[in-house]
Design a protein around this ligand. Structure first.
Ligand SMILES: Nc1ncnc2c1ncn2[C@@H]1O[C@H](COP(=O)(O)OP(=O)(O)OP(=O)(O)O)[C@@H](O)[C@H]1O
Length: 262
């Protein structure tokens, strides 16, 4: 075990359970994320990964179990309240507005997060003007961090698939997350683009975010970026460990092969 396990987790979920009518999507699922970690949450289709994301971020009220973030019990809090605490998620559907430029998309992310009043926007005082300046500086810095500086003023519809996936993360970063949760952020990327995407994600830890939880079907990507992997199967935790341990785990291989053979 590493020394990190002695510290208080950034996020801790205990016995999370979600039932929809007669279907149990997730059952007694417990896990944690330490500051500084990238954790991969994997599992075959329908294993319960997105349902977990929804429970952790307040989009679903768990049927049972608790979620703690930064030491606070956030179970059943509203999604926007959880996001304001620093737990920010992406969705499988894109958050990018195709007509806006890369910079404008990230700036819009800042405004969505800051909830500045309309009155303040039209009749700005010094404080609002300063906030505006800071938002623009921060947006430009995020674009650079994601490796998109050359595309700062390009309309999003002109971006390659790889650049678009990076921009989606950039927009999420505008909300100033402490823990960022990405749901299939590398969908549609070829192996070269996925390699670059993973390398950029790794640079974010300790610089833009404290920790990252990633749900991803691209195994090369998730194995190369994650410090630890948690495997879900039929809503239950099947395995947990370092990527090399998970790759050698027979039960995990069978869960995936079983699904593929079905
Ligand atoms: N709102 C819902 N109502 C009823 N059943 C649901 C609902 N959301 C999810 N489920 C069911 O819960 C189970 C887990 O689904 P979930 O989407 O969480 O899996 P997943 O691991 O994210 O799958 P994928 O990798 O395909 O995205 C599935 O059987 C799904 O049909």
């Amino acid at each position: 075990m590493t020394a990190t396990t002695d510290r208080q987790p950034l996020l801790r979920a205990d016995d999370l359970t979600m039932t929809f009518g007669g279907i149990t999507a997730v059952k007694d699922f417990s896990f944690h994320i330490q500051p500084g970690e990238i954790v991969g949450l994997i599992g075959p289709n329908g294993a319960g990964k997105t349902t977990c994301f929804n429970m952790l971020t307040g989009f679903y009220a768990p049927s049972n179990g608790r979620v703690r973030f930064k030491g606070q019990d956030i179970t059943n809090r509203k999604p926007h309240a959880i996001a304001r605490l620093g737990l920010v998620r992406s969705f499988q559907k894109t958050n990018v507005m195709k007509r806006l430029t890369v910079f404008e998309n990230v700036l819009t992310g800042h405004y969505m997060a800051s909830r500045q009043s309309l009155l303040a926007t039209f009749f700005p005082g010094e404080a609002v003007r300063r906030a505006e300046r800071e938002a623009r500086e921060s947006a430009a810095a995020i674009v650079e961090t994601m490796g998109l500086a050359q595309r700062m003023n390009a309309p999003a519809h002109l971006l390659s698939c790889g650049e678009l996936r990076l921009l989606e993360v950039a927009v999420a970063l505008a909300a100033k997350p402490s823990l960022l949760m990405l749901d299939e952020p590398a969908a549609g990327l070829n192996s070269h683009e996925a390699g670059n995407f993973g390398a950029v994600l790794k640079t974010l830890i300790g610089r833009s975010i404290d920790a990252l939880l990633i749900v991803e079907h691209n195994m090369d990507l998730v194995m190369s970026v994650s410090d630890r992997i948690v495997v879900l199967n039929f809503g239950r935790k099947l395995a947990e460990g370092r990527p090399a341990e998970i790759l050698e785990n027979r039960q995990v291989a069978e869960a995936y092969l079983g699904k593929a053979a079905a």
